[in-house]
Design a protein around this ligand. Structure first.
Ligand SMILES: [Zn+2]
Length: 312
């Protein structure tokens, strides 16, 4: 087979050599230097998974002195890989949005339940007040009865006393009992008024709670429905992302994932005519810009490490 040469061929072969010596290559491709067939097979798999899109062989020992020398053609699938990276970025941005929505919605449900619990607490507080008012009222009514009995006894004593001094003393006690009775009656009146007010308050609070409960039930159902939709969509987009990710060489995907994590969820950035990285806004060197426009290989921003693509 004729040796096919392309610009950048030697650097491609150097890259292959470096990679073939790396652990990742020997582990994943079961590379055997003694077996030409398995080596060819391993190389095919290697090419499929890396940026080399084709492979042919030429005799002689032009590079490395082996009988068979791999000639790696690169460049043809750069566009496809870049497109895959751009698509992955799109999926990941969508996943991030859906994930934050999926985290936000349960908090919304929690807030609805908290507001409802507070409305219920208001009703309970008023109910407690109604009970304590009723008890107070009962106590005061008993006090009034006691005061009445005391006064009757004092009035009866008026007929039994022998001296003017005793008479005056009993009159004074009767006067005190009268004042006590008036005070208790005043308190009873106050408690009864409070009971009336509380009866109105509790009716209002119960009505408010009922309305809020119904509204909260509807709101919660709507939020739960939305959450289910978001989770379903998340599942779909994650699956789409996973299937698209398989198209990338393992190394490129690992690098993409690493950048995505380190760079706030943006691993691929556009470079526009202004010549700045869309991710970090740092200017791209003119030479790198030229290479990027030529798209001979995947390029990363020298400043932030994100994958770059040229956007007219
Ligand atoms: Zn950058």
């Amino acid at each position: 087979m004729a040796c096919r040469r392309r610009p950048g061929l030697r650097s491609a072969v150097n890259r292959f050599d470096a990679l073939s010596r790396s652990d990742a290559f020997s582990r994943s491709d079961a590379f055997s230097r003694s077996d030409a067939f398995s080596r060819s097979d391993a190389l095919s798999r290697f090419c499929a998974r890396n940026r080399f899109d084709a492979l042919s062989w030429c005799g002689g020992g032009e590079w490395g002195g082996a009988n068979i020398v791999p000639v790696l053609l690169m460049g043809d699938n750069v566009d496809a890989q870049l497109q895959t990276l751009i698509d992955l970025q799109g999926f990941d941005a969508k996943i991030a949005g859906l994930e934050s929505e999926a985290a936000r919605l349960p908090r919304q449900i929690e807030a609805l339940q908290t507001a409802l619990a507070e409305a219920k607490k208001t009703v309970e507080t008023i109910k407690t007040k109604v009970d304590s008012t009723r008890k107070d009222l009962r106590t005061k009514e008993k006090d009034l009865e006691v005061a009445n009995v005391k006064r009757q006894k004092l009035e009866a004593r008026l007929y039994e006393v022998k001296t003017n001094k005793e008479y005056s003393a009993v009159l004074l006690e009767i006067e005190e009992a009268k004042q006590e009775k008036a005070k208790t009656e005043e308190e009873i009146l106050g408690l009864m008024e409070m009971q009336e007010r509380l009866a109105v308050d509790i009716k209002d609070a119960e009505q408010r709670f009922k309305t809020r409960e119904e509204q909260a039930r509807q709101d919660e159902a709507a939020v739960r429905k939305k959450l289910a939709t978001v989770e379903q969509e998340l599942g779909i987009v994650r699956a789409q992302r996973a299937s698209r990710a398989k198209e990338l060489p393992v190394g490129v995907l690992a690098s993409y994932d690493r950048i995505l994590k380190a760079r706030g969820g943006v691993a691929v950035a556009a470079v526009s005519a202004a010549g700045v990285c869309g991710g970090c806004r740092v200017g791209i060197r003119p030479q790198a810009l030229q290479e990027l426009r030529g798209a001979t290989g995947l390029m990363v921003c020298e400043s932030c490490g994100r994958y770059l693509y040229w956007q007219e």
